[in-house]
Design a protein around this ligand. Structure first.
Ligand SMILES: [Zn+2]
Length: 256
């Protein structure tokens, strides 16, 4: 009996010691190594420079970052950029106005459509530039068909359209032509490819889903806006989908 209880006590003591050692072992790397890691890794990780939101004007219509919306008409309202025709597939009946975009947009569209083609995706330019006068006719048409209230959610008033900057492009696809410039474009292979890849080439989907109160427009999965790769990638990194929110501008849900 005596001998047995001594054995039990010894076993218990051994177990406690082992537990304490195990605890100590688990604990020490945490407390001793962490500061060491921090001091060695900190100098080797270069500080990411803060994104400069003032690199380009938000007001000058020639600027890469011009923001036109229902609260911010172009100045002058009849602004017209220098234009070129991008080397990509165009909508078959595209107008002479709409087949054009600004040079920077054309370069990016060519890279975008070439990359898409490599993935087996054919993108079409449905509508690029629209002049002030083109928009007069388009907007008047929408108003006559739908009434002013509905027209204002889908078509910009002349002088307020991003298409007039030459930096916007409505894209379509070939798998479901009926979905081109329609809500169902988002579910086509072309629409899905754009969501996954457009930012790599400097484009954002300018009117995202659920942001009508901010942008003034319903979800347009086909309407891309060229802003340059730096801004497109930064907006994705910080997970902000609209220009209005990224630059801290007020909501532009409607005209004054
Ligand atoms: Zn558009």
């Amino acid at each position: 009996m005596k001998r047995r209880s001594l054995v039990i006590i010894v076993v218990i003591l051994l177990a406690l010691t082992a537990g304490a050692v195990a605890y100590y072992k688990e604990d020490t790397p945490e407390t001793t190594n962490k500061p060491a890691n921090q001091t060695t890794s900190k100098p080797s990780t270069p500080q990411q420079p803060a994104f400069d939101k003032k690199q380009f004007s938000l007001e000058n219509p020639d600027s890469l970052w011009i923001i036109a919306n229902k609260q911010r008409p172009l100045n002058p309202k009849n602004y017209a950029p220098t234009l070129v025709i991008p080397a990509m597939r165009l909508r078959s009946n595209i107008t002479t106005d709409e087949r054009q975009v600004r040079q920077v947009t054309a370069d990016a569209l060519e890279k975008l459509s070439t990359a898409a083609e490599a993935d087996g995706i054919t993108l079409t330019l449905e509508s690029g530039y629209r002049s002030y006068n083109f928009q007069v006719n388009l907007y008047d048409h929408y108003v006559s068909v739908q009434g002013k209230a509905v027209a204002d959610t889908q078509s910009a008033r002349p002088g307020y359209s991003e298409h007039q900057t030459g930096l916007a492009a409505d894209l379509g696809g070939v798998t479901k032509p009926a979905c081109n410039v329609e809500d169902c474009f988002k579910d086509t292979p072309e629409g899905e490819w754009i969501v996954a890849n457009a930012y790599k080439y400097g484009f954002i989907i300018r009117y995202p889903e659920g942001k009508q109160a901010v942008t003034g427009y319903i979800y347009e999965p086909w309407h891309l806006r060229y802003v340059g790769t730096d801004l497109a990638q930064e907006m994705r990194r910080v997970n902000v989908s609209t220009l209005e929110e990224f630059f801290g501008l007020g909501p532009a849900g409607d005209y004054n």
